[in-house]
Write a protein that binds this ligand. Structure first.
Ligand SMILES: NC(=O)c1ccc[n+]([C@@H]2O[C@H](COP(=O)([O-])OP(=O)(O)OC[C@H]3O[C@@H](n4cnc5c(N)ncnc54)[C@H](O)[C@@H]3O)[C@@H](O)[C@H]2O)c1
Ligand SMILES: N[C@H](CO)Cc1c[nH]c[nH+]1
Ligand SMILES: [Zn+2]
Length: 435
């Protein structure tokens, strides 16, 4: 299952080796999604309902788009108290971690009387995307909602796709209940993203869309960016494991498959200094996969978008990983903590053999909505900061402005902007003579 990739030490080509086929898929998807977004923009609900029927088999209309209180209560009746306990424990773990991301307002009082600062304000209305295609993700409800709630977002709406029966998975309803999210629209995919980006007759336009999804969702977010803000491109899941000879092949295989089971477009990559380990991991993959339910998806994603790279030394392993900028990076070496500073690009890092990535998917405390496709080079994972915008402010007394008068006027004139210069000089009109 695990093919070996020889990249011949050419770091720049490494992403192409893994992402080449994905890029082809993306081009096709781009066309489809562009059309969906245009249709929603032009025809609103009519297009939205047509696409929900076409892709999800759901006969949606204005009266059953929003989850009702009755639907919520019926769904919640199916949930055991033990499951609620796990959801509440998860929420508190996520809160504890994300609280550290609060507090970005500040001000300075200078001795000359100038006061300046930055005011952090929550966004007004955001949409949380919760995937619901091949699996239901109650964990994603919590990962999306907690930072938005901590930031103080006033209006939080959730969108998630439903199948022909029109029912939102009860576990998703339970996670929403634990987070106090009551507005849930039964739409998803590219059409759901476009609906909240542009607004339709039944769905309000939002300021920002956050949350992960498959390639259609991720592409729609990319296309709608600018009309709304987005958190990042959080597409099909990825894991990269850096392992030395001390790593346990059983754990590596298990962790590669954990991400591979998300999507046929998911990728799972091993980078190691040991050829023998690659073989052992492959044997483990073939053994463990027998007992897993999503075997077909796992085998497909690992064969097509996964693989193993054997490097000369551990530093080279980190170079490869930094080049690929994986969503999740596991470091399974004899000194994983010491090696932390070598990591430049990764959405979330899992250190040592008892911090398996799935712990972070659910309960470690860090967020699982993370950048994919190499975008961890410039995007961060979801956090409170995604729901906050900043306004700067300044107060200058007259005598300090007078001190800057000539410099600002000269600067403005150097840009040919005499009205800018005038805005300063007019405040001192008539005073030149007096001085
Ligand atoms: N990066 C992250 O942070 C992160 C976190 C969790 C999950 N994920 C990813 O989220 C994804 C979840 O995917 P999913 O499919 O289960 O749910 P999803 O909700 O993302 O997508 C399902 C929707 O895709 C649309 N769709 C499916 N096939 C289509 C087609 N041929 N043409 C147009 N639209 C189509 C449908 O509208 C459907 O409702 C996985 O890829 C998983 O790896 C990523
Ligand atoms: N691994 C996913 C992020 O790529 C998150 C997730 C949710 N549930 C299980 N896993
Ligand atoms: Zn996962």
């Amino acid at each position: 299952m695990l093919k070996q990739i020889d990249y011949q030490g050419k770091l720049e080509e490494i992403a192409e080796k893994f992402q080449g086929r994905k890029t082809e898929v993306s081009k096709e998807v781009n066309k489809t999604v562009q059309q969906i977004v245009e249709d929603i923009q032009k025809s609103g609900d009519t297009a939205l309902f047509n696409y929900a029927k076409k892709f999800d088999g759901y006969d949606v209309n204005t009266s059953n788009l929003l989850v009702t209180r009755m639907e919520r209560e019926t769904g919640l009746e199916q949930i055991e108290e033990d499951y609620f306990k796990i959801l509440r424990r998860t929420k508190s773990q996520i809160e504890e971690f994300h609280k550290h991301q609060l507090g970005n307002s500040w001000n300075i009082f200078k001795e000359n009387g100038v006061i300046m600062g930055q005011i952090a304000r929550p966004l007004e209305r955001v949409a949380l995307y919760v995937p619901g295609g091949t699996a239901a993700y109650p964990s994603t409800v919590i990962m999306n909602a907690v930072p938005a709630l901590l930031a103080g977002v006033k209006e939080i709406i959730m969108i998630t796709p439903v199948k022909a029966d029109g029912k939102v998975n009860p576990n998703i309803l339970a996670a929403a209940e634990v987070c106090g999210i009551e507005t849930i629209y039964k739409v998803g995919g590219a059409q759901g993203v476009a609906a909240v980006a542009y607004g339709t007759e039944s769905i309000p336009k939002v300021d920002k869309i956050v949350g992960p999804g498959n390639i259609f969702v991720a592409t729609a977010k990319k296309i709608c960016y600018g009309v709304v803000d987005i958190d990042m491109i959080a597409g099909p899941s990825e894991v990269l494991v850096i392992a030395d000879k001390t790593a346990n092949p059983k754990y590596i295989a298990a962790d590669l498959m954990a991400q591979a089971e998300h999507d046929k477009l998911a990728s799972a990559i091993l980078v190691t200094i040991s050829e023998k380990l690659v073989q052992q991991v492959d044997e483990e993959l073939n053994r463990q996969v027998q007992n897993l339910e999503r075997r077909e998806i796992i085998e497909s994603s690992i064969s097509n978008y996964g693989g193993a790279i054997v490097v000369k030394n551990i530093d080279e392993a980190f170079d490869v990983s930094n080049q690929l900028a994986p969503e999740h990076l596991e470091v399974l070496t004899s000194e994983p903590l010491v090696q932390l500073p070598k990591i430049k690009n990764a959405g979330s890092i899992f250190i040592g053999e008892y911090t398996p990535e799935p712990l972070g998917d659910y309960m470690s405390g860090s967020n699982h909505v993370l950048p994919t496709g190499g975008t961890a080079k410039f995007y961060s994972g979801l956090g409170v900061y995604n729901f906050i915008k900043y306004s700067t402010y300044s107060y200058y007394p007259k005598e300090v402005l007078a001190d800057f008068k000539e410099d600002v006027e000269t600067f403005a004139k150097s840009e040919g902007l005499t009205a800018h210069a005038n805005s300063i000089s007019v405040r001192f009109e008539g005073e030149e003579k007096e001085r």
